[in-house]
Design a protein around this ligand. Sequence first.
Ligand SMILES: [Zn+2]
Length: 595
Amino acid sequence: MREMRRRNIYFRDKVAVRRSKLFSSLSLDEASRNRIVIIAEKPQAAERIQSVLNIPAVPARGHLFTLRTKRDKLPSFDVYWSCTKVMKEVLVNILDFIYEVGPDLIIIATDDDREGEVIGYNIFRYLYEGKKWKMNDLFSYDPLPFIHRMYMTALTKYGIEKAFSNIRRMKEDQLAQGLGRNYADCVIGLNLSKALTRRIKLESPDLRRGFSLGRVQTPVLTFITNSTFSEIREESYSISYKYCVLKDTVIELYDSNISPGVYKVVDVRESVKEIEQARPLPNYNDVILELSDKIPSEIIDSALEDLHLKGLITYPRTHSNYCSDPHELYLSYLEMSNWKLINTEIFKFEYSPSIKVKGEKQPIFLTVDGIRERENLTGVERLVADRIFQMMILTFAPPIKVLTREIVLETGDTIQVARKIIDGVNVSFEREFEYKFRDTITIVERREKMRGYRHHFEFPEDKRVISWMVSKNIGTEATRTQYIPKLKERGYLDRGGLPTRLGYSIVSLFSRLIDVELTYKLEEKLNSLSSLHELSVFRSEINRMTIEMYNTVMSADLSDLYPTCPKCHKRMKFAERGRALFAVCRCGYELLLSR
Ligand SMILES: [Zn+2]
């Protein structure tokens, strides 16, 4: 530790030169390049930056610091940034690295999102202050005017060089939103979880596990629990005429439920309709939602991350469908036409009408390397890259022509209509798109109803949970895929994603305490934070809410948490075996609550 302190002092003296110079006086000539250290988020990113710019770069390996509250008194608002044992090593590595280079200037090059800002800000603040800081001391020192930041849209040569030539200040709104989110999650989550755990342990002091409640986690659990059901329901079925064959002007019907008949065609009407299929480039949610019915969303998320770190796609945690830098996209399309992957006749080296230039973030697309490497990829990465590739081509897709043929039949007392739908498509795109030609004829008819019983069993797959979160605007691109694994780890969902008994009782007790409406309002507030100074009002609001919720948890009637024994109707108690949680009764009856 003494060694570390020595390095900090050294570092502060060294950068004191720069400290007096504000951001605007920055000049990056060749000579000063030797005196720079770049801090990236991931090791691969640091490697790429170093090889492109020939400037020493060191990775932060994600969050070096995590928010914690002091343990003794609840509710606690004494929130500080703590560094785990593993992360302390990373921190020492960064200090060693900087010590070796002895730079005049540190550039933060973490990811361009809220978490990236928080990571960069924390490292920078630690380097300058030489100590971990508390959220209460937010304004004791303001490093923002001294932070030099580069924002890369892709880890390509072009993307990195462009970011380096556009060194700018840290985006204060993004940082404030990141710090606010960390604060809200920590203060609400830790205080309520500790309160609940304490109360349960009063009755069951031998339990080792904790019981968690979370600002976003609990509404997600509520959604999953409410949309999970298993029941026998009465159902009505309808039969329609499904199979038939066209024979000149007469139609013959076949259907197992209906005796075949021959009908005279009275009239045939044709109409052509165009359906627009070009669409903008995808953002993070688009890609996750496209693929998450096949693959768990956290696996897609890590594939996106890996593709980005290899420089094959733009930064994936983006909510933008618009292009901030059309030049980068242009290079990718040019590469596609070089490989004859898109038709230059249609491409014509102009931007497609479905690509709009707006904002400062890129949507997701394959970089030039991504287009070259796509066919060498395997597994989930290949699947994800292929889907993004398809989406890129779709920005140029011409409208689909749909031919509808209505056949009017004479059937004695009723008139029936048959439709034939033929999908037409621009010939030059045949290589890229696969179309299913629907050529069966459906006869629209009065339907007959039948009754039956069926066992319904349903629970929401990842895709539905995430699209629900997107529609309610809760969580962020960087976090939405993490809640289901988290709920499984905490024993609220089983391995298959179904709520455990424990999950059900947590929801029945606390879903009103931390509900979607409240979470939604908080998210809105978080997303509108634009400066660090707004954080003080925001924090006191969070504190007030936390006290209210804390009191509710402390006074809640927890008896619903403990099941009643089905044999002797007494209240059961919690017991632990390994990681599994049971409810046990004196009569010997046991119930598994969570594995
Ligand atoms: Zn019993």
